[in-house]
Design a protein around this ligand. Sequence first.
Ligand SMILES: Nc1ncnc2c1ncn2[C@@H]1O[C@H](COP(=O)(O)OP(=O)(O)OP(=O)(O)O)[C@@H](O)[C@H]1O
Length: 342
Amino acid sequence: MATSAAAKAASIHNLTCGTSRQSRYETNARCPLLPQSPLHKADVVHSGLKCGASRKAVSRVGKTVVFRQPTCVKAAVSTSEAPTSTSTEPGKVLLEVEGLEAEVADGGRQILKGLNITIREGEVHAIMGKNGSGKSTLSKVLVGHPDYDVTGGSAKFKGKDLFELEPEERSHAGLFLSFQSPVEVPGVSNTDFLRMAHNARRQAQGLKELDPLEFYAFLTPKLDQLKMDASFLSRNVNEGFSGGEKKRNEILQLAVLEADLAILDEIDSGLDIDALRDVAEAVNGLRKSNNAVLLITHYQRLLDYITPDFVHIMQSGRIVKTGGKELAKELEQGGYGALGPM
Ligand SMILES: Nc1ncnc2c1ncn2[C@@H]1O[C@H](COP(=O)(O)OP(=O)(O)OP(=O)(O)O)[C@@H](O)[C@H]1O
């Protein structure tokens, strides 16, 4: 058996990770998968990979756990299938959130205060809102970030109770979050990382894992699509990447995982004009009739490229207004004051 990080991960990824909500206090440690890597306690939750140490082991040994944020996986990403947002038939419900309330873990302050949103297959939703209104918290709560406790409401993803699933199970089920500030994972090459994540979901789906050559063939067209140089594959995950390169790399993960619901948190921040277009085109290329995108953004410019079906305005932990794409334009022109009382 090869001793690469990928092979090692492949052999351990079906063990239990310490990143569950219950074990969030046990993550001040190093992962057996990425022993060189300090753990990113707050940033690395949405893992399609599982850790090599059980929670029990974590608490007993006092060290452990890894995880990384990626991923979900399916096979090839088709760019030929048109999204169905123009269809008059509503797609199947992918995500249904009702009355969601969440607070900072350990009895901290309440951030989400009764949030409702329903996302169907084929749709693009955009959430906008002033700084601190709770947009990123919503995305992190949905993927099971350990910094937050759900204190009320419900969320169903593809008909299943989302909060019954561990973070990596949510990933395997097809939920993907591109973080606002993607973390670096020293010691693990991008290609190994992507393949681990890809194979973790394939395994969860009962599919045969791809070997390095098969995976490379699968990955290469996606690099072209994102106009990413192949040299990014051999570099450690996000290490030394510019802000824009990290964002492209997030979308590469999404392309590899072909999630059913992609939550993209400020994917436009830090991108130059060309990069914004490339990333937006790549996201559009990933859209299919049976998947959906939730964009969190402050600016209309992203929505010029990725046309939303619904724009939601968030304020104080709730969605207070919903409209079509014209709502974002109104906001751009007049600011939040122009939207009137909400
Ligand atoms: N882990 C945490 N500990 C303490 N406070 C937190 C934590 N996470 C979020 N908050 C607070 O919750 C509020 C909402 O934060 P959040 O990052 O969700 O806002 P946002 O709408 O995404 O903001 P921005 O547009 O600036 O990115 C903020 O006041 C923030 O300081």
